[in-house]
Design a protein around this ligand. Sequence first.
Ligand SMILES: [Zn+2]
Length: 378
Amino acid sequence: MDSFFIYSDESSHFEYSPDHPFRPERALNLKNLLEQYDLINKSWIKVVPPEPIPEEILLLFHTKNYLKVLKSASKGEITEETLRAGLGTSDNPIFKDMFNKSNLASGGTLVGTRLVLEASDRAFAFNPTGGFHHAYPDHAEGFCYINDIAVVGKMLRRDGLRFAYIDIDAHHGNGVEAAFEEDNGALVISMHQTGKTIYPWGGFEDNIGKGVGEGYNINIPLPPQTDDELFLKAFFEIVTPAVEAFAPDIVLAEMGTDTMANDPLTNMALTNNSFEMMALEIGKFSKKLVGMGGGGYNIDNASRSWAVAWAAINGIKMENPYAGILGGVMVGPEIEGGTLLDNPIYITGPTKEKNEKEVDRVIKYIHDVGFPKIGAVG
Ligand SMILES: [Zn+2]
């Protein structure tokens, strides 16, 4: 196996605005944890810097006009078009060098994809600064300016490759869905807190794709307070059989950590114990895998969860879970006891019973309506 951690100090050193919840420094925190826990200095692992995405590749998804407006706004040139492109809002503020910073953060996904495709054997790349699943061809939204996933997905399709996209971020991957909903060469799966309760207010189970793409778009909306047990149930009963039936050339995974119980922007109840199990499973069924960071607004939890997922996919057992403690003093974001894993959370009582019924209903719907169209067996 070849494994690539896509990182440079430059790509993690910027901010949208001082109080914006999206913190690119999560990538630096993650790198520090990987070093601290001896999860990166291995013969099969390389640290590779991201590169900006060339314009002709960006244009496979984004419009020429949007890129022009994005570049102009980066230089402080604001027109009526700027706001129409979703720029200058509290979610997507205009910041210095916005185009270049966003394009570098997104570019890690392209670099990772190329490395994984070039590798002769199984390969994995992780771009902690990528995963901008909400950006559209002509506008920014939901903290996303350049949609690295849609851009890379369009490139893969141009080159005749079939890909599966797995999105376990707490928000529906609306921009990616819109890019591939009429394409049967892209299996797009989004698990998320239901759009009845949270941005982007869509992603219901009956959006199954259009035309030849019918069945190849899978939405798994989940109720608030969904816990590890129910999230894993939906994952193993839908994602695994769907991807195995589809047999993609490459898998892209948006591994947002905003599903965690302590995330300030969402209402899910996961811990990184289920995150680890999903990472292990995705690593198992993907010969070529590109992971991206995505959401995650409790920044300590985000880097911890990604470190756990990284170790799982790379097959590294965390030899020294107490490496985070020096002389009894915590030096990192580890929870008490020095392990990177969270304490488990079990939701019980009426909320759990209601949620279990709802999750079972969604699983059955997808098994009955979507699965026959893609030859998957639930
Ligand atoms: Zn999110």
